[in-house]
Design a protein around this ligand. Structure first.
Ligand code: HEC
Ligand code: HEC
Ligand code: HEC
Ligand code: HEC
Length: 494
């Protein structure tokens, strides 16, 4: 046979024939490849045995379509894992650090504050905590429901966002019975990740960022940032707002609150205008090396899992220390024990400074009270109270963030360092005021060595609170569940 070049020389149309034949073959290969990709996503949507209605709150209904994700989600009900500082077991913060009772005098956190557990407990736990009170004393606004239930997007769509936040927590409990789940993070039609909490969208809007502009990888953290963030209740309507306008750091948010002259409460002992940090997990994480390297919350808390040859996202959101193999060892080569040790040694250091800050702050509040009792004036106390406000905010910014600072150890230590410095500066000023008013310094501090003693010192009647809670659980909560069952037909108990 003649070489191809010679054939083309004598009959040029052969070259054109070859050219078009190639174009047609490439076109069909392309079509074939794209049909494979489409089939794959078809196979995924085909799993939908029953279409899920928009705003369907019941996790078990979603679970009919996605059994693996649902079954692993249900594992958040397991409460057996304890790491050195976290895990799903319940620990009582107030028992571990009775100083906290003093630091929150006049605020519901002094009544009850425990470690978190899995998402499936969210509704149960907000009903159980003494902070939400009972039938007689019920101090919480409706806004508190926002990060607890898949019913939130449903009620917001029905009533409007501002209306949702208005009113009392206790008046709306029949609406919120399904704990945090599928609806909170997914679009039921496409299963794409989506943001259902307007406060996050609005916070980015004020910073000039459209929530739709974030990458898929960023969304794997932002679905968590709907709830695991610092926030406050703005104005009379208790409108849920993230204080990010000046930046994400403890210092920037402190400035934001100062300019608004916002305070969560006035301290019962020191009379300082206080701030309560919520759980700035996302903000603290953003300052760490993992965020810097693009590691998302889901990478560590929702790693991939393989079962029967199928790879899927593990929805057992928990401490990664219970699952180091999937959570860490995809990137780190070190042994499990070594990685846990790396985490613990960072947490130990943070805990050391945290405890120092707590001792200083509890003393500062009590000493301030003694100063008031001995005739200190507002102008004398003003600066010391501001220092207490800032010190406690900074302590709380680290303490309230989950994971004992692991998400960004260096920043956690810096913020705690400034907390201690400010608390001690406040104590120095108060000491001078005490001496000026004829009080001998140092003053004797009360015995607050246990939670019970500290609660008695600040005048809490725990028996009354507990009785009120038990009454509420036996009456109001039963009514809530009855109404909810009538509305949705079924009601799963968690
Ligand atoms: C590099 C991995 C990693 C990333 C990324 C990460 N975390 Fe964590 N997280 C951890 C570790 C480790 C702990 C500490 C667990 C322990 O002490 O048992 C933790 C603890 C927590 C806890 C407390 C767990 C418990 O058992 O009480 C929460 C809540 C949490 N992280 C939320 C988040 C959120 C939200 C994000 C994203 C903004 C995030 N984490 C990003 C590794 C990570
Ligand atoms: C706190 C947020 C959150 C909740 C709650 C949640 N998911 Fe997911 N889900 C994710 C993330 C993050 C991914 C990974 C998505 C990605 O990277 O594309 C995911 C992935 C999925 C996928 C895609 C397949 C896979 O396994 O990767 C399905 C299906 C799914 N989830 C179903 C569910 C169901 C069913 C529920 C309720 C039982 C649920 N999810 C609850 C965050 C959540
Ligand atoms: C709708 C609000 C909401 C969203 C969204 C959310 N969380 Fe949570 N998360 C909570 C609440 C509330 C708790 C505490 C529940 C309790 O103690 O009853 C919690 C608890 C946790 C815990 C502690 C579990 C344990 O066993 O101690 C971890 C870890 C956690 N969340 C991580 C995440 C991650 C990672 C994401 C994103 C993929 C996320 N959360 C999304 C509200 C939310
Ligand atoms: C997706 C990849 C990835 C995952 C998952 C991951 N890491 Fe990392 N980790 C990194 C990278 C990248 C660095 C930065 C150091 C570097 O670039 O070599 C880092 C740094 C660290 C450091 C040192 C920095 C510091 O904060 O002090 C520790 C400790 C660490 N990781 C522990 C863990 C643990 C524990 C887990 C699981 C809970 C985990 N990592 C999960 C990628 C990852």
């Amino acid at each position: 046979m003649k070489p191809i070049q010679e054939i083309i020389k004598s009959r040029p149309w052969v070259a054109w024939l070859l050219f078009f034949a190639t174009v047609i073959i490439v076109f069909f290969i392309g079509l074939f490849a794209s049909s494979i990709v489409e089939r794959r996503s078809e196979a995924f949507t085909l799993q939908v045995v029953k279409p899920i209605a928009e705003w369907e709150p019941r996790n078990e209904v979603w679970g009919e379509n996605y059994p693996r994700e649902y079954e692993t989600y249900l594992q958040t009900l397991d409460t057996t894992f304890a790491s050195k500082y976290a895990g799903s077991v319940t620990r009582d913060y107030l028992e571990m650090s009775p100083e906290l009772v003093i630091m929150w005098a006049g605020y519901p956190f002094s009544k009850d504050y425990k470690t978190p557990r899995g998402h499936a407990y969210a509704v149960k736990d907000i009903r159980l905590t003494l902070r939400t009170g009972g039938n007689k004393i019920s101090p919480m606004p409706a806004t508190c429901w926002t990060c607890k239930s898949t019913d939130v997007p449903r009620v917001m769509a029905r009533d409007g966002v501002a209306e949702f936040y208005k009113g009392k927590w206790i008046d709306k409990g029949h609406e919120f019975v399904n704990p945090i789940g599928c609806q909170d993070c997914h679009d039921p039609k496409t299963m794409d990740l989506r943001i259902t909490r307007p406060a996050l969208i609005e916070a980015f809007q004020r910073l000039g960022k459209d929530i739709k502009s974030f990458t898929h990888n960023e969304m794997r953290s932002l679905v968590c940032a709907q709830c695991h963030v610092e926030y406050y209740f703005k104005g009379e309507g208790k409108y849920l707002t993230f204080p990010w306008d000046k930046g994400f750091s403890a210092d920037a948010m402190e400035k934001y609150y100062d300019e608004l002259e916002f305070s969560d409460w006035t301290h019962a002992l020191s009379k300082a205008p206080m701030l309560k940090a919520q759980h700035p997990d996302y903000e603290l994480y953003m300052t760490g090396v993992h965020a810097d390297r693009g590691v998302s919350c889901a990478d560590c808390h929702m790693p991939y899992k393989t079962e029967g040859g199928v790879k899927f996202t593990d929805h057992h959101i928990q401490s990664p220390l219970n699952n180091v193999e999937n959570s860490c060892q995809v990137c780190h080569r070190e042994k499990t024990q070594k990685l846990i040790q790396n985490v613990n040694e960072r947490q130990d250091k943070i805990n050391e400074l945290r405890k120092l800050a707590e001792k200083s702050l509890a003393a500062a509040h009590i000493e301030a009270k003694i100063a008031w009792d001995n005739g200190a004036t507002e102008s004398e106390m003003k600066n010391a109270l501001k220092l207490i406000r800032h010190a406690q905010w900074r302590w709380d910014w680290v303490a309230a963030a989950n994971g004992m600072g692991f998400h960004s150890p260096v920043e956690a230590l810096r913020v705690l360092g400034t907390a201690i410095q400010k608390a001690e500066e406040a104590r120095k000023e108060i000491a001078l005021i005490l001496v000026k008013h004829g009080v001998k310094y140092p003053v004797a501090l009360p015995d607050i060595s246990t939670k019970e003693k500290a609660q008695k010192y600040i005048g809490l009647n725990m028996k009354e609170l507990e009785d009120d809670k038990n009454d509420f659980l036996k009456t109001t909560v039963v009514e809530w569940d009855k109404k909810a069952k009538e509305r949705q037909g079924t009601l799963k108990s968690y």
